[in-house]
Ligand binder design. Structure first.
Ligand SMILES: *[C@@H]1O[C@H](CO)[C@@H](O)[C@H](O)[C@H]1NC(C)=O
Ligand SMILES: *[C@@H]1O[C@H](CO)[C@@H](O)[C@H](O)[C@H]1NC(C)=O
Ligand SMILES: *[C@@H]1O[C@H](CO)[C@@H](O)[C@H](O)[C@H]1NC(C)=O
Ligand SMILES: *[C@@H]1O[C@H](CO)[C@@H](O)[C@H](O)[C@H]1NC(C)=O
Ligand SMILES: *[C@@H]1O[C@H](CO)[C@@H](O)[C@H](O)[C@H]1NC(C)=O
Ligand SMILES: *[C@@H]1O[C@H](CO)[C@@H](O)[C@H](O)[C@H]1NC(C)=O
Length: 190
């Protein structure tokens, strides 16, 4: 709802990129309230920085997440599937949403909190950014409905990662197979 009001603003911000680069603040401005209908569906991982597991992350061939239609405005679950070599690994997570902030339910995952962000230059992109309270884990992931983005969209994401003082993201290979969606929804973390 609020997002609809934001759209003209986002487009004007996107227009601004040609004259002046976005500031770090503009690049990582969360929306006040995530529009849950916008989360719904399947998103493919395009790029990401995943500390301290960047090496492991780099060896994933592809990954996707899926948000079902929301049953609640605060308690959200999502499924994920990623492929490593010829293996597919599935999991799911429950999160509690507050505005655009979220926390993972259950321990020790509850030590992770995050925020949903959008890219001004990319209407079909979704960013999940989360940190462990301990500061040991910092993750900034770019998903899209497309497997490959335009260079300026990747560039905006790179700038966002740089603003967060994280190492450059790994860009996923869009030609790698995606895991098939399993018939039965899998449960349990990883
Ligand atoms: C799903 O989210 C929308 C807003 O994003 C809300 O209006 C609706 O009530 C939610 N559905 C349920 C069952 O909570
Ligand atoms: C929603 O999440 C909160 C906090 O994690 C939890 O206390 C509550 O029981 C959950 N509600 C449902 C319906 O799962
Ligand atoms: C998510 O919540 C559902 C229902 O509350 C529960 O059955 C499931 O085990 C939870 N999944 C995880 C990964 O915590
Ligand atoms: C959501 O966050 C705000 C501000 O951080 C806080 O005041 C509010 O209590 C939180 N709501 C829930 C349901 O946790
Ligand atoms: C989301 O988290 C940020 C930083 O942790 C905080 O400043 C903001 O008030 C939170 N927003 C809500 C709606 O809880
Ligand atoms: C999560 O936080 C709790 C208490 O704050 C702590 O005891 C636990 O060790 C933490 N777990 C991880 C994985 O950091």
């Amino acid at each position: 709802m609020l997002l609809h009001k934001l759209v003209p603003l986002l487009f004007s911000l996107a227009g601004l990129t040609y004259s002046a680069p976005l500031t770090c603040e503009q690049l990582s401005q969360p929306t006040e309230q995530v529009d849950l209908s916008r989360l719904e569906g399947t998103w493919v991982l395009v790029a990401g920085t995943y500390l301290p597991f960047q090496d492991r992350f780099r060896h994933r061939d592809s990954a996707f997440i899926n948000f079902p239609a929301n049953k609640s405005v605060t308690n959200i679950s999502y499924s994920r599937g990623f492929s490593i070599g010829d293996k597919c690994v599935y999991g799911s997570a429950n999160i509690t949403l507050n505005g655009s902030n979220f926390t993972f339910d259950g321990t020790p995952a509850s030590n992770l909190s995050g925020v949903f962000l959008f890219l001004t230059s990319c209407p079909d992109c979704l960013i999940m950014s989360f940190n462990a309270k301990s500061g040991r884990q910092r993750t900034h992931l770019l998903f899209s409905q497309r497997r490959e983005l335009e260079q300026h969209q990747i560039q905006e994401f790179n700038e966002q990662v740089q603003c967060l003082q994280m190492p450059p993201p790994t860009i996923m290979d869009p030609t790698k197979n995606l895991c098939p969606w399993p018939q039965e929804a899998s449960t349990g973390p990883d």
